[in-house]
Design a protein around this ligand. Structure first.
Ligand SMILES: NC(=O)c1ccc[n+]([C@@H]2O[C@H](COP(=O)([O-])OP(=O)(O)OC[C@H]3O[C@@H](n4cnc5c(N)ncnc54)[C@H](OP(=O)(O)O)[C@@H]3O)[C@@H](O)[C@H]2O)c1
Length: 245
């Protein structure tokens, strides 16, 4: 689908990759952009950049009532970008925050699932449209330093595959995005090369236009994806060397 004159909704639009999605949508000529965040005051600067086009929306993706209200308010959406996510550093066993593993599933998997369920009829009414899910390269191989997060992103990847099939009948494109580390708050503890968030957002929107289903938007994700196709066990061993403390 074309981005020009589309109506998009971005979850977690107040910072990081979500904020870059709003900017990329503006640049690409979207007609209206619903910028969703848990705290709408955190969207003030985003909205001020283009108040005529950017509509703030209060949305915690783990709150079913807010998800339903968003689907009612943003009934003209044809491009849904499920970007909101949380990451708790640590392994399955070594984590200092065991409850964080449940929260990761709540946001990264169930939050995305609830958004998709609420917006599938909206997209259908608006001609099919597209869904972009922010997965991660950690969806495809477990990173022990982010063990439970990787599991939640693997669930989001499986969801992406399943809804691609289920929604094909209504003409909804489903795109999975699988970045490596990105220069945002989420990755600030990682001392490795990181891609700029704008690069991720722009690659994802390009995939919407070109109908590309799986997006590997940065050098690390491209390299690991290549390795996974060639020798998945070797990639598992390589990433497994990065152990949590
Ligand atoms: N950064 C990376 O290295 C990287 C790599 C691969 C994939 N990703 C994925 O890319 C997406 C964006 O990540 P990021 O790097 O931009 O992270 P970030 O800077 O930490 O931003 C996370 C965003 O998600 C929002 N959020 C968290 N819980 C939410 C909830 N329950 N309901 C609604 N919004 C919620 C946050 O809102 P608040 O401000 O209210 O907390 C914030 O806007 C995530 O899905 C992440 O897993 C990131």
């Amino acid at each position: 689908m074309e981005i020009r004159n589309s109506v998009a909704l971005v979850t977690g639009a107040n910072r990081g990759i979500g904020k870059s999605f709003v900017a990329a949508l503006q640049k690409a000529g979207a007609k209206r952009i619903y910028a969703a965040a848990r705290d709408t005051s955190s969207l003030d600067a985003v909205v001020a950049s283009d108040p005529g086009r950017i509509v703030p929306l209060k949305l915690d993706v783990t709150d079913p009532e807010q998800v339903q209200a968003a689907a009612r308010q943003a009934a003209d959406v044809s491009l849904l970008i499920n970007n909101a996510g949380v990451a708790v550093y640590g392994g399955f066993i070594s984590t200092q925050d065991p409850g964080g593993s449940r929260q990761e599933m709540e946001v990264n998997y169930f939050g995305t699932l609830d958004m998709v369920r609420a917006f599938a009829p909206v997209l259908k009414r608006n001609g099919g449209g597209a869904i972009v899910n922010l997965a991660s390269i950690a969806s495809l191989v477990n990173f022990p330093i982010l063990g439970p997060y990787s599991a939640s992103k693997a669930a989001a990847h499986s969801l992406t595959q399943g809804i691609r099939s289920e929604l094909s009948g209504q003409g909804t494109q489903v795109i999975g995005v699988y970045p490596g580390p990105v220069e945002t708050d989420m990755a600030k503890g990682l001392d490795i090369a990181k891609a700029p968030p704008a690069q991720i957002a722009e690659a994802a929107l390009e995939a919407v236009v070109t109908r590309t289903e799986d997006v590997f938007p940065d050098p690390m994700s491209t390299e690991l994806h290549g390795g996974l196709r060639h020798d998945p066990k070797a990639v598992e061993k390589q990433i497994g060397e990065m152990r949590p403390e």
